[in-house]
Structure formats: C-alpha cells, structure tokens
Design a protein around this ligand. Structure first.
Ligand SMILES: Cc1cc2nc3c(=O)[nH]c(=O)nc-3n(C[C@H](O)[C@H](O)[C@H](O)COP(=O)(O)O)c2cc1C
Length: 293
C-alpha cells in the first residue's frame, strides 16, 4: 500500500478542512507531495490526468485573491489542482479524476495535512493560470492543502453544518441486493461490509451521496450506479460533479478491498442499464461493476 497508515483509517479520519494555519510547509513535505501527485496513477478507464502542486505562499494578497476560493477557504497557501483532457470521453475522465484525486487527498491525510474538495467554489481562471492550462484541458476540481488550523473558525463551522458533514445516508438508501427493490442490510453484505461502509462515508459534492450499489445475490459482484435527484438532473455542472463523486466511491471501495485482501476486477458490462430485473428507474445511470472472486 502507498500509505503509512491503514487506508481505511485514513478514510475515516479525512474530513473537509476549510481553515488553515499561516505556517509554511517544509521542503520535505513539498517534495513528498509533488513526487506523489506526479507518479503514474492507475485509473479505471485509462484517462489522461495531470496534477500540479501550487505554492502560493509568497503571493501577495491580491494575487492570492485571484486564486479565489470565494471565501470558502481560510488561510490556505498551497493547493493541488488537477486536469482532464476534454477530447476524451468526458464522463469516464471525470470518474477517473474523482478516483485519483481522492487517493491524493488520502495521501495528504496520511501526512496529517488538511484538504477540501472544491468542485464549484474556486476561480477557474486563477487556477488555469497557475497550472498553465493547455487548450485541450479542463480543471474539474482543486483542493487547498496545509496545516489544519487549531482554531475552528465560525465560518467553516457554519459551512460544515450546512453541508451536514457528519451525517451520511443509511445503508438501506444506498445498497441493494439483487435489485433496487431489496435494500441490503449490513448483516447480508458478507466480506465486503467494510468496503461498502467506506463508500458510505466518502465525501461528495453538496454531500449528495449519489452512489447506489446492487450486489448480485450469492456473489461478490457489485454494480455501481449514480442516482440523480431531480434538482441535479437540470444542472449540467452538477452532472459532472456527480461523475466525480462516483470516482471517489470507486476509490474508497477499491482501496478498502485491496487492504482487506478482497480480490476482484472492474468491468464495464453491457445490458445492465436495460435489464428490467434490476428495477432501475429513469434517474439512475449504470457506471461499472466490481467482479469479486
Ligand atoms: C466533487 C466535490 C466537490 C465539492 N465542492 C465543494 C466546494 O466547491 N466548496 C466546498 O466548500 N466544499 C465542496 N465539497 C466538499 C463537500 O461539501 C464535503 O465533502 C461533504 O459535505 C462531506 O463532508 P466531509 O468532506 O467533511 O466528509 C466538494 C466535495 C466533492 C466530493
């Protein structure tokens, strides 16, 4: 494993940090970060991704403002930005982006640094300049990275409360057995209980938790879907964010399964979306299947 600690413990420990200490990061930490984000990361759909470390510690306040996070983030002097190639199939690039960026955020959690997924509240132009965005690239998300402020500032407490950071949907709303008609209780989930729990606690845009999983009866086969609420169906920016969310859920499931010694592989299966037996409604979109041995 690429982490010093149990990745399951890191998933449990990670939370969105919106307030940072003014302290600078040491050269060792900066090197660890750049080495990690620059390494070859496996992806599920083979997308081309690029990640950059942005050191804004010497920027004057105006320039720092241009790298705006719309007042959501306090005191951050460092950021990670990532790009996808817009010529490739966008949907799968966004899923891969979510998968790898979340892995990076878990790596930073392992270094005891704070992070916060930002998919909407950042200044695209400011970040494009900083990472010299190429013509065929877009930035789906960024994150501040830094030393977590010891003082909990009022604004970040309010945002956390509004985002409902602690609460997650119950198992019965997320996981199913055989079809969407039959909720999967923890007691019936077998050896994959903890991997599913890691999906349940994953971060998502506006904490929508759009992931839904059907486990095939009697098999370690898990089909992953997106459930789009009516509100989200009408706004294309959210469609993209929810592909990222699914990538995050795949990251948690995959890394947890690896740590638990559960073997399997990802397969994009034909015919799932059309299969009447799964009880799939029109707001549900099939993404991929985990075929566990
Ligand atoms: C794809 C994505 C985009 C997000 N965009 C923002 C954002 O623009 N601004 C923000 O303050 N939080 C953003 N968040 C953070 C979520 O609000 C947060 O992850 C969620 O409420 C769960 O809280 P937790 O991360 O503390 O577990 C985003 C999260 C994800 C996964």
């Amino acid at each position: 494993m690429e982490f010093g600690r149990s990745v399951i413990d890191l998933m449990k420990a990670r939370k969105s940090i919106r307030s940072y200490e003014g302290e600078k990061l040491g050269p060792e930490d900066k090197k660890k970060i750049t080495d990690y984000i620059k390494k070859e990361h496996n992806t599920i759909f083979g997308s081309k991704l690029r990640f950059e470390f942005i050191d804004a510690s010497d920027l004057n306040p105006d320039d720092l403002k241009n790298l705006g996070t719309y007042g959501m983030i306090n005191g951050a002097k460092y950021f990670i930005g990532g790009t996808i190639d817009k010529n490739n199939k966008m949907k799968y690039c966004l899923v891969d982006f979510g998968y790898v960026f979340e892995k990076i955020l878990l790596f930073l959690t392992d270094l005891d640094l704070g992070t916060c997924w930002l998919g909407g509240t950042f200044n695209k132009k400011g970040f494009s300049d900083k990472i010299t965005l190429k013509e065929d690239e877009i930035i789906p998300g960024v994150s501040p990275v830094g030393i977590i402020s010891k003082k909990r500032n009022l604004k970040s407490s309010i945002i956390r409360r509004l985002a409902g950071s602690k609460n997650r949907k119950p198992w019965s709303k997320l996981f199913f057995s055989g079809s969407f008609l039959d909720p999967l209780e923890e007691s019936r989930s077998g050896t994959y209980k903890e991997a599913l729990e890691m999906v349940r606690i994953a971060p998502s845009a506006s904490k929508m938790q759009p992931w839904r999983i059907i486990k095939e009866k009697g098999k370690n086969v898990f089909h992953f879907f997106i459930d789009r609420s009516k509100f989200y169906q009408r706004r294309s920016v959210y469609l993209n964010l929810q592909y990222i969310d699914i990538g995050i859920s795949l990251c948690h499931f995959d890394l947890a399964a690896l740590e638990l010694g559960l073997k399997g592989k990802w397969e994009a299966r034909d015919g799932i979306q059309e299969n009447k037996g799964y009880g799939i409604s029109s707001n549900i979109e099939y993404i991929i299947t985990w075929n566990g041995s």
